[in-house]
Write a protein that binds this ligand. Structure first.
Ligand code: GAR
Length: 190
């Protein structure tokens, strides 16, 4: 079976990437992770290296300005010819060059029930607001901050004694199978 190539972008510990990689080892998995890119020396790149998947770090600081970094990031992704680009804890906004190359084929996972609590601190902001239920969302990426079409959501109850860390762990446990499902669905359909 020819699998659909996907590229994953990360910034952090890569537990979401690890879930995508684990699912990709199942014989009926419709996608293959062909490269993992990061904007920083993310610890999560280790998951890709351990699986002998090509990695690349495209640092903002190595480019004269944001526009040049946006172009470099887009070129790095295009080089792997993916059908789908998955932001899995990628903490930068993607710019016009990547959106133009893959419009509608970039998805992001976010640790809150959008449109509530967009941005870099979805878990902290939900906790600070005092919501009793939060969750995770998988969205299509557009030019806004977490404004794209919602593809899937899962609720997670907030407990009285939750900290940002405990809540985020439970969100990730619900978020990762949801993301794997969406990626499987989108890549099977291509
Ligand atoms: C995930 O919970 C993801 O939703 C979040 O970062 C975490 C990545 O964890 N993304 C965002 O907050 C994007 N705004 P990981 O590094 O362990 O995969």
């Amino acid at each position: 079976m020819k699998r659909t190539p996907i590229v994953v972008l990360i910034s952090g510990t890569g537990s979401t990437l690890a879930a995508l990689l684990e699912a990709s080892r199942e014989p009926d998995c419709p996608y293959e992770v062909v490269a993992v890119l990061a904007d920083t020396d993310a610890a999560g790149l280790e998951h890709a290296r351990a699986a002998s998947i090509p990695t690349q770090v495209v640092r903002l600081a190595d480019h004269p300005d944001r526009a040049a970094w946006d172009r470099a990031l887009a070129a790095a992704v295009v080089a792997h010819e993916p059908q789908l680009v998955v932001l899995a804890g990628f903490m930068k906004l993607v710019g016009a060059p990547l959106l133009e190359a893959f419009g509608g084929r970039i998805i992001n996972t976010h640790p809150a029930l959008l449109p509530s609590f967009p941005g870099a601190h979805g878990v902290r902001d939900a906790l600070a607001h005092g919501v009793k239920v939060t969750g995770a969302s998988v969205i299509e990426v557009d030019a806004g901050v977490d404004t794209g079409r919602i593809l899937a959501q899962v609720p997670v109850e907030v407990r009285e004694d939750d900290t940002e860390a405990t809540l985020h762990e439970r969100i990730k446990a619900a978020e990762q199978p949801m993301l794997v499902d969406v990626v499987r669905r989108l890549t099977a359909a291509r």
